[in-house]
Ligand binder design. Structure first.
Ligand code: SF4
Length: 732
């Protein structure tokens, strides 16, 4: 076993991100040994792709044209994904922290240290003093396993996942409105829609292949309405753009509904027969006249009326939203206010008619279904419902009294580390140092931990703080399934084995369970064994995969849940015939008045600060910041500023600007663009350290979903250095 005796600083310098990495000999075309049909490792579209494999290395890709969702098309991330496979930063051995920095270790040493630390912390402070954090890029199998490991082995209530920063507002709204948490339609319904509202969804950069579906609808005569503080790429080809002021989405949805009611564009029969509580919404939205709504939202009254004119009388329609309306302290209320527009139209559960939230992470849908959430058991069951607890306790053959209750959410776990309530943490597929708001607090919290273990394939910024790093697997090094943004469970194929001494993630959990003497609960030889157990555990639950098998999924290019029996074909479109998943079969309207963001602009901090993504990067950038071609496309975060604001502040493109909030400051180059509101600046969030957009964001949480308010807080902007002669800004 090679020993690495570098300090942490030296280690990071040596093994930190190798930008513009090119393997020896370059990326030349080679003849593969085999082609593996699998899926992209990035966003929730989960495009089909064929990986070219030679001598246990992924050397390129071919389109997989038969896979119906993307029919061979891929975005810049999907095209470049294979370049991470041979990356020199790849962790090949476990690492343990010593007084001299990280040192390579044997698996026995790393796992023994981890188990000893967990035992010590739980013995001294109680079971809930040790927490687990998972991720929604993991397979369904791993998410199920992580939840079971937390409840059966560690018996801690404190397990949650990074979807808490992503999908949970929409998920809660879906359950409240429809009684089930899934997009209502397959993407193939989008081109059939004659009116499409896209609320807070930068489709072109975050889910690029879905753009094709929207453009097909447009080619078929659809009118497209985009609601966003920024003219994102999809907005450049829309029919109506509504430049909403950050944090005012509820008011805008209420304003559109007010016009629909006034003009008689309500499907009264549908509302009467299939919903509850429309009367409460009618009462509330009376005051949201176009003029009143304009005052709150900054959207011209004529635009609000025009949106209602497009949406109200349409023959078919789809409403899609994403993080733009969900990343708020009222994210759930925002989603429910937009769902009101769909229910009022009665256009749901029919071809070309429906609603959906667009999933960001690769397994954003499946990652929230199988029990890695703090309040959830497998099959989407509720950890606080006695009948759900009994079903899973019996299924796992443990006493119901041994099953922990509801735990803390992801941000609450970091807060509890701050206060000392949580002393130890094991994380996988989560990079909180980049992705949780108020990054300075996150760093201080991680440094307080008595033990921090991390399973990762690269030394992420969070792993830098670990005591033990367990070298895990990339997506192409494992078998399994993920459930795409449209609710289609698809197969990921093992293409290569992990390099060096790295291990498949789920086998690491089996190794840990064995050390706790709990191996009999985890009798899996291959990933399919976990899937068989997962599907059986979901039987009869709110999220029913019971009728799925690997071969059935493969044969059908994916199966949509619910799929309760082996002879069931799956359910691509939900709510057909106006039947919803609440016990009485009806959907629910929700009436929410506008309330301001947790931190609104004021004299001291007069500009809105908002964050989001760019097309070449994925989430916290652990993978995509290591792929040179993607880095070249957008090398560092830029602060988008409207020319009017820039003129007032004396800022030109390339000037370095300091953006400050009550939590921190960030110095980045300015990019002057006409595509943003003049009262708002935007910084993408994929970078770490001094380039982290989350140094500034606000950790205020939605009271229901506990999602943080990434999309709005108050900032100041000032020029700190002018653009240099080369147009790229000064180095300091
Ligand atoms: Fe498809 Fe998303 Fe991958 Fe792009 S990132 S290729 S849209 S799955």
């Amino acid at each position: 076993m090679a020993t690495l005796t570098l300090s942490e600083k030296e280690y990071i310098e040596k093994f930190g991100p190798h930008l513009n990495y090119t393997p020896p000999g370059g990326w030349t075309a080679q003849q593969p040994d085999k082609l593996i049909k699998t899926h992209c490792c990035f966003c929730g579209v989960q495009c089909g792709i064929q990986l070219k494999v030679k001598e246990n290395k992924v050397i390129g890709f071919e389109p997989w044209e038969e896979f119906p969702v993307n029919q061979g098309k891929l975005c810049p991330k999907g095209v470049q994904r294979y370049m991470q496979n041979e990356h020199p930063d790849r962790l090949l051995n476990p690492l343990v922290r010593t007084s001299r920095g990280f040192q390579e270790a044997t698996w026995d040493d790393a796992l023994d240290r981890t188990v000893e630390a967990i035992r010590h912390i739980q013995g001294r402070y109680g079971r809930n003093a040790f927490a687990l954090l998972g991720g929604a890029s993991m397979t369904n199998e791993k998410t199920y396993l992580l939840g079971k490991f937390a409840r059966v082995v560690l018996q801690t209530a404190n397990i949650d996942y990074n979807g808490r920063l992503c999908m949970v507002s929409a998920a809660a709204a879906n359950r409240m409105a429809f009684g089930v948490d899934r997009v209502a339609n397959p993407w193939s319904d989008i081109p059939l829609a004659k009116a499409i509202i896209l609320a807070g969804t930068n489709v072109g950069e975050c889910f690029p292949i879905l753009t094709d579906y929207i453009w097909r609808a447009r080619d078929n005569g659809a009118k497209i309405v985009v609601i966003d503080p920024r003219i994102t790429p999809i907005a450049r080809t829309c029919d109506l753009f509504l430049p909403v002021k950050p944090g005012r989405d509820i008011a805008l949805a209420n304003g559109i509904l007010q016009v629909m009611i006034e003009r008689g564009w309500i499907d009264r029969q549908f509302v009467e027969n299939h919903t509850h509580d429309f009367d409460k919404v009618c009462e509330l939205v009376k005051k949201f006249t176009p003029a009143f709504t304009e005052k709150i939202t900054g959207v011209p009254a004529a635009g609000i009326v025009r949106a209602a004119e497009i949406w109200g009388p349409a023959e078919t329609s789809m409403l899609l939203h994403a993080r733009g309306i969900e990343h708020h302290t009222k994210g759930v209320e925002n989603c429910l206010s937009y769902i009101n527009l769909v229910l009022a139209s009665g256009r749901i559960g029919k071809p070309g008619c429906g609603y959906g939230t667009i999933t960001g992470q690769g397994n954003g849908q499946g990652g929230r279904e199988h029990g890695q959430r703090c309040n959830q058991l497998p099959g989407g069951r509720d950890i606080e419902k006695p009948e759900h607890r009994k079903f899973i306790a019996d299924f796992w053959k443990i006493a119901e009294s041994e099953l922990p209750g509801k735990g803390l959410t992801a941000c609450e776990i970091i807060n509890a580390i701050e206060t000392g309530e949580i002393r130890g943490l094991l994380s996988i597929s989560f990079n909180p140092m980049v992705s949780i708001p108020d990054a300075n607090r996150t760093r201080a919290a991680l440094e307080k931990l008595e033990f921090f273990g991390c399973i990762d394939f690269f030394l992420s910024e969070t792993a830098h703080h670990a005591d033990v790093v367990l070298a895990g697997s990339l997506q192409e090094e494992d078998e399994g399934t993920v459930t795409t943004g449209e609710g289609r469970c698809v197969r990921l194929r093992n293409s290569v084995s992990p390099p060096g001494n790295a291990r498949v993630d789920w086998q690491i959990f089996l190794d840990l369970a064995r050390r706790f003497g709990k191996e009999s609960y985890f009798p899996y030889v291959e990933a399919e064994d976990i899937f068989r157990e997962l599907t059986a555990a979901s039987k009869g639950g709110p999220v029913d995969y019971n009728g799925m098998t690997y071969s059935k999924i493969e044969k059908n290019m994916g199966i949509f849940w619910p799929c309760p029996t082996l002879d069931h074909p799956g359910t691509p479109r939900l709510f057909e015939g106006g039947t919803f998943f609440h016990p009485d079969g009806r959907a629910k309207f929700h009436a929410y008045d506008y309330r301001p963001p947790a931190e609104d602009v004021d004299v001291e901090y007069p500009i809105f600060y908002t964050t989001g993504r760019v097309v070449s990067q994925y989430l916290s950038g652990t993978q995509t910041r290591r792929i040179g071609a993607l880095v070249d496309q957008y090398p560092e975060p830029l602060c988008e500023i409207h020319p009017v604001l820039a003129g007032r502040l004396g800022i030109k493109t390339g000037d370095r600007v300091k953006v400050s909030t009550r939590r921190g400051e960030l110095v980045v180059p300015a990019q002057i663009v006409k595509t943003i509101r003049p009262d708002t600046v935007f910084v993408p969030y994929h970078w770490a350290g001094k380039k982290s957009a989350n140094l500034l964001t606000n950790r205020a949480l939605d009271p229901i979903s506990k999602i943080p308010e990434f999309k709005v807080c108050a900032c100041r902007v000032e020029k700190v250095a002018p653009v240099s002669d080369n147009g790229k800004g000064n180095a300091k």
